[in-house]
Design a binder for this molecule. Structure first.
Ligand SMILES: *Cc1c(COP(=O)(O)O)cnc(C)c1O
Length: 219
């Protein structure tokens, strides 16, 4: 597949869901992709990219941004407290805010830097022990903490369990967002973004379907 095919599929899904065309932000997930594939998508004029690891992103994005300064970068993977400063300096969005002590650290560093990326709270909708994210029952409390600090919280993010119907998790995420007055929904990946758009996704995170398979040997 390619970016233009994904854009066409997204537009079809938006029309079928009676949504405005181009109302979904397509984040091209470039983790573990060869540089030439990333440059090809940058050259097509795409602006939103996602990475999973701070270290990997710090190594390649400052260079790409010299040629493509308009690029917006999204951090999608877990964030360790000792990487917060690097993350706040590099990323425009963080999708993986999932615990109190991380919120406290982000608040302190944002105060120091005088700026903060837009934030999503990652919700572990399947309550899987190996997955990051705050459990649904503790999400409202975490949202309130972020608001107490006046940090720019824009929505919620989830990664559904592999073996379950993703729409159930997208619906759950949308409900938690609604009861908290949040409009951003970061949900849907290569295999389920059509369903996510139907359920109201504002940001979909598409890697393989745009770039091809990843090279995990480089991890
Ligand atoms: C890798 C990743 C994606 C993209 O997954 P694809 O299946 O390649 O589209 C999306 N979101 C997160 C959090 C990821 O880690």
């Amino acid at each position: 597949m390619s970016l233009s095919e994904i854009v066409a599929q997204v537009q079809t899904a938006e029309k079928e869901a009676n949504r405005d065309v181009d109302s979904t932000n397509i984040i091209a997930v470039s983790k573990l992709q060869p540089n030439e594939r990333i440059v090809a998508v940058l050259a097509e004029g795409h602006l939103e990219f996602g990475e999973n690891r701070v270290q990997e992103a710090v190594g390649k994005w400052p260079g790409f941004r010299e040629s493509y300064p308009q690029t917006k970068l999204h951090l999608l993977g877990p964030l360790q407290s000792n990487k917060v400063k690097q993350a706040l300096n590099l990323f425009d969005y963080i999708h993986s805010v999932d615990r109190m002590n991380l919120v406290h650290r982000i608040a302190r560093v944002a105060d120091e830097l005088g700026s903060c990326p837009d934030l999503f709270v990652q919700v572990n909708t399947g309550e899987e022990s190996q997955k990051s994210g705050v459990v649904p029952s503790e999400t409202d409390q975490l949202v309130n903490e972020i608001r107490n600090y006046n940090l720019p919280l824009i929505g919620l993010m989830c990664i559904p369990p592999l073996d379950e119907e993703p729409a159930l998790h997208f619906g759950l995420l949308a409900n938690i967002a609604r009861r908290n007055g949040l409009s951003g929904l970061s949900m849907g990946m290569s295999n389920d973004f059509v369903s996510a758009i139907r359920m109201g996704a504002t940001h979909i995170r598409v890697g393989t379907a745009i770039f091809g398979t990843r090279d995990y040997s480089k991890k």
